[in-house]
Ligand binder design. Structure first.
Ligand code: ATP
Ligand code: PRP
Length: 229
């Protein structure tokens, strides 16, 4: 048996993932042409490379089809229910940092905190007859966060991209999305609530508790952990 390691096949996390392993003496190499999404890990025996989208890695780990996988910590928390039971963190990788936050229009001068948002949401409902809309693709994380912070009178509307545009486009009153430089929020006239940080995400190497781990696999994992420590 070999350990299957899933890493992003494209996008913002891919190159830095390759660099991170290289700095620890492990070369990730695609086996065939550029379009082939499998490969090998040089520098250690018994590890097979699988390249797939960062967004799919959480599900593959939770299903036990990957033993190890690199993806954003936000994506694991969003896509895997009770993720700690099915996955474990092996290493925080120190790149791919981004904050999942709640933001509202800058011109809402009375709304700076979650308590303010709760009050605004109640007022919004009585004025408009429907609940204040928050656009996001992070449904699980936003719902849990708002429940834990006592904000109830809202509805989520799904937005899979260009989420910050939802307010200008009048499909939502507020948004919950990832930000790194803050440029996109500023350009769209939005401000982050002072206590509106839901999760500070970074690229993370996860292991699956659901995959089958043979004795050989465990021995390979111990060698790998020694190298990346
Ligand atoms: N500025 C940013 N905007 C969005 N995501 C960012 C940013 N900086 C870091 N990230 C992180 O990158 C990860 C998403 O990476 P990427 O967009 O490459 O994957 P993806 O959404 O799975 O894309 P695809 O499915 O199209 O391959 C998330 O964990 C996210 O937190
Ligand atoms: O704080 P900033 O540096 O401005 O970055 C944040 C933006 O980057 C991401 O969008 P992306 O480019 O991945 O497109 P998306 O809308 O498809 O997610 C994210 O969804 C934000 O919109």
């Amino acid at each position: 048996m070999t350990i299957k390691l899933g890493v992003p096949s494209k996008g913002r996390l891919m190159e830095k993932t390759f660099d991170w392993f290289a700095a620890r003496g492990l070369t990730l190499r695609k086996s065939g042409q550029d379009r082939e999404y499998s490969g090998v890990v040089e520098g250690i025996d018994g590890v097979e490379l699988v390249l797939l989208s960062a967004g799919e890695i959480p599900r593959e780990l939770a299903a036990g089809r990957l033993h190890l996988g690199v993806t954003g910590s936000d994506l694991v928390r969003e896509k895997v229910a009770i993720w700690e039971q099915r996955l474990g963190e092996v290493a925080l990788m120190g790149f791919g940092g981004a904050d999942l936050i709640i933001a509202v229009p800058q011109f809402w001068v009375d709304v700076d905190t979650l308590d303010d948002l709760d009050a605004a949401a109640a007022a919004f409902r009585s004025r408009h007859g429907f609940r204040l809309r928050i656009a996001t693709k992070y449904h699980r994380l936003v719902r849990d966060f708002l429940r834990d912070n006592g904000v109830a009178d809202y509805q989520l509307v799904d937005s899979q991209g260009a989420t910050e545009g939802s307010v200008k486009n009048e499909t939502a009153e507020a948004i919950a999305d990832i930000t790194s430089t803050g440029e996109t929020l500023r350009a769209n006239g939005l401000k982050i609530l002072s206590d509106g940080l839901i999760h500070a995400s970074q690229a993370t190497l996860f292991k699956s508790r659901m995959a089958e781990w043979s004795d050989d696999d465990r021995a390979v994992m111990a060698r790998l952990e020694a190298m990346i420590d």
